[in-house]
Design a protein around this ligand. Structure first.
Ligand SMILES: *Cc1c(COP(=O)(O)O)cnc(C)c1O
Length: 394
């Protein structure tokens, strides 16, 4: 396997985890096979016992998936990675591997909806207990910790409220109590934030978003810092069966090579768009980690190496104004998801969070005119021109 530990991020994106196949293929090929032939009985026995290198069965491991897992582990500075069929397969595997009857998890209150929903709806039936707190406020975490707490699960920045949690401080609190820390790093990607370097034990991704970046697959990954934690997660993945498919792994390996190029372009535009919106008379406020007006701008500068491409803003005029903006954009695509080459726009109050009561929405920080915006790699001027003409109609 190609080790690029001492090389720069772009070099790692292109080459980390690669290996040479028998024909010298420049890219890692798609091994679209469910099972692998043993050389003889001894080899089969050795593969199962972990004494020999070799693949057994694709749910357990596969060369195309393995290459991606190794690349992601190097990018996140972890021990090893595991790729999943979706981000939620990664989340549920982490929960399944680490939680249990009577065990307790502390999580970010504004965590990705299904990451919260599966605890409340499903894990609760197996006696798992949970507390959701605003992890941006460290004292709330301290208060929520119990003797049974085994996992602290955070997402930063949060969606769509763009609140930032201090990963290093959270890791310090957790480790004082022998609790593992898992960070959902989907909103940043390893290009702008490296949670394991900041003290986290596990980093998790919906690779559907920035890592693949091309809106053509759904996938997930976890990377562990410690071999024992990794083994636990791997074994649960193998039993639960949320493994990635070789074709997904191939597309992700292709998509991730340009992660830094895509992020550089999108981040540069995001800053200009945030400044444009902040001055627009029809916009109440803009929340973007790169703006000095963001309440945690200093923390963002400390733990992120870039401010990302995600922002939210409040259109004056409530739900109707938000919906009119959605109907008026032409270049920006009206769709959920994020982190792709195309600019996506979404209105939580009438879309992703429309199922909540107005009261629950406001409690979660989802105001009526809040718009979530994911900046793509189109020309910045074209995106601003589109927003300008759409805001004129509001
Ligand atoms: C999308 C997303 C997920 C879930 O990932 P899927 O690939 O859709 O299963 C988890 N966390 C965050 C922050 C996300 O944005």
């Amino acid at each position: 396997m190609n080790n690029t530990d001492n090389q720069g991020f772009n070099t790692q994106l292109v080459h980390a985890g690669d290996y040479e196949d028998m024909y010298g293929s420049v890219i890692v090929p798609i091994y679209q096979a469910s099972t692998f032939k043993f050389k003889n009985a001894q080899h089969g026995a050795d593969c199962f016992a972990g004494r020999a290198d070799g693949f057994i069965y694709t749910r357990i491991g596969n060369p195309t998936i393995d290459a991606l897992e190794n690349k992601l582990a190097q990018l996140e500075h972890g021990y090893r990675g595991i790729a999943f069929a979706s981000g939620m397969a990664a989340v549920s595997t982490v929960y399944m591997a680490l939680l249990g009857q009577g065990k307790h998890i502390v999580s970010t209150d504004a965590v990705y909806g299904p990451s919260r929903g599966i605890l409340e709806r499903d894990f609760s039936r197996f006696g798992v207990e949970y507390s959701f707190v605003n992890t941006a406020h460290l004292e709330e975490i301290e208060k929520a910790i119990r003797p049974q707490t085994v996992l602290l699960y955070i997402e930063t920045p949060t969606n769509p409220t763009i609140e930032i949690t201090d990963i290093a401080a959270v890791a310090q609190i957790a480790h004082k109590h022998n609790i593992l820390v898992c960070v959902d790093n989907t909103f940043c990607s390893p290009y702008t934030q490296k949670p394991l370097d900041l003290g986290a034990d596990i980093v998790l991704h919906s690779i559907t978003k920035f890592i693949n970046g091309h809106a053509d697959i759904v996938g997930g990954a976890v990377i562990a810092k410690d071999p024992d934690v990794y083994k636990k997660l791997r074994q649960t993945m193998i039993y639960l069966g949320g493994n990635m498919d070789p074709h997904q792994a191939y597309l992700t390996s292709r998509g991730v090579k340009t992660l830094a190029l895509r992020m550089d372009k999108s981040q540069e535009s995001a800053m200009k768009i945030a400044q444009f919106l902040e001055q627009h008379p029809k916009i109440e406020w803009v929340k973007y980690p790169g703006l000095p007006s963001h309440p945690q701008h200093e923390l963002a500068k400390k733990q992120m190496s870039g401010f990302g491409t995600m922002m939210s803003f409040e259109v004056k005029g409530g739900i109707q104004a938000g919906a009119t903006l959605m109907d008026s954009v032409k270049l920006c695509t009206l769709a959920v998801s994020l982190g792709g080459v195309e600019t996506l726009i979404q209105h939580p109050a009438s879309m992703t969070h429309a199922g909540l009561s107005a009261e629950a929405r406001h409690e979660a920080g989802i105001t009526d005119g809040l718009v979530r915006f994911s900046v793509g790699i189109e020309e910045c001027e074209d995106i601003i021109t589109d927003l300008k003409q759409a805001l004129d109609k509001v």
